[in-house]
Design a protein. Structure first.
Length: 337
């Protein structure tokens, strides 16, 4: 590498340091315990209300409405687990892990340790071939190489993957549960395996017992299908706009941390309601640049970071929710064709 290359990389590295100083000076990395206490209380309250309605309603096909409501509450609970995984809630790793284990394993049935390991690898190498686990999601193909490797039914699916994308998200909940159980059984990279196994078993036993104890067998089956299907769809619709359809990097792309995170991420424009619905993930650029930044601070950080990117000639991509989904489908359609 030439001295010119070293100088360019050094200068670019200092750009992120400059941005970090601005963010810290604005207090945007300070924890927000009051806001998180409110969110946790609200989510737990909604879970409690849904549970009471579920029991009082008994054997009724109106329980599908409860299933849909619980899908929303489960997703909001998963968002809290996401924040805990990034240590946004407390300074203490142990305290964040406790919240993550409760929100993940106990309340939503997702292995917290497995998800954190997978998600951290994504954050380290977003949209990077051979490194980002989020662009290796069978049966979808996100790169021409993945599409070219498909044969038979796999190739047929890829040709129509854009049309099948949202229906496929209905299985995302099942996918997360299966991988969580597999991770706990194998013990892969789990720091708290006994706790994870116990809490996950408690969730599964309680969930299935409640469904079949309160409802008739057909109603219980429909309840589980509706709840898990909408849970997966909601999660998928929240995460898909973040990176899908954005540039995919290879080993040859020699980008600094600042550009690697910004250029592969997409923000979704909206108000406070959208912030709540998407768990703050609509500020994906800010979140990727500063993963430990508490969710309530992301909205405040956006103008500062967007202006910094403009001043340094770094493309800052932001669009509406519907256009983000359209861009995701356009990318899948292009790869499939």
């Amino acid at each position: 590498m030439s001295e010119t290359d070293l100088g360019a990389r050094s200068e670019r590295g200092s750009e992120y340091a400059d941005l970090s100083r601005l963010v810290r000076a604005a207090g945007l990395l300070n924890r927000r315990p009051g806001r998180y206490a409110f969110r946790v209380t609200l989510v737990l309250g909604c879970l409690g209300v849904a549970g009471v309605v579920f029991v009082r309603l008994g054997q009724s096909w109106w329980q599908t409405t409860v299933a849909a409501a619980l899908a929303v509450v489960f997703t909001q609970t998963a968002f809290l687990g996401h924040d805990a995984g990034h240590r946004q809630i407390f300074h203490s790793r142990r305290a964040n892990d406790v919240v993550g284990l409760v929100c993940g394993n106990l309340l939503t049935g997702i292995s917290y340790g497995w998800w954190v390991d997978k998600h951290n690898r994504h954050h380290a190498h977003p949209n990077t071939e051979g490194h980002d686990p989020d662009i290796v999601v069978a049966p979808l193909s996100f790169t021409p190489a993945q599409a070219a490797a498909q044969r038979g039914l796999g190739a047929l699916f890829v040709r129509h993957q854009a049309a099948l994308f949202f229906p496929l998200l209905l299985l995302e909940g099942l996918h997360l549960h299966v991988h969580s159980i597999r991770a706990v059984v194998r013990g892969d990279r789990l720091r708290h395996r006994p706790a994870e196994a116990g809490l996950l078993a408690l969730h599964l036993a309680g969930y299935i017992t409640a469904a079949f104890l309160v409802l008739s067998v057909p109603q219980a089956i429909v309840f589980i299908l509706v709840h898990q299907g909408l849970f997966g769809l909601y999660l998928g619709c929240s995460f898909a706009p973040n990176h899908k359809g954005m540039p995919i990097l290879t080993e040859a792309d020699n980008l600094d941390y600042l550009r690697r995170q910004v250029l592969t991420s997409r923000n979704v424009r909206g108000g406070l309601l959208l912030d709540a619905l998407l768990g703050g993930l609509n500020y994906q650029i800010e979140h990727h640049l500063f993963p430990s930044m508490p969710r309530p601070n992301l909205r405040r950080a956006q103008p500062l970071i967007r202006q910094f990117c403009t001043d340094h000639d770094i493309a800052y991509h932001e669009t509406t929710l519907t256009r983000s989904w359209a861009q995701v489908l356009a990318h899948l359609r292009t790869i499939g064709s």
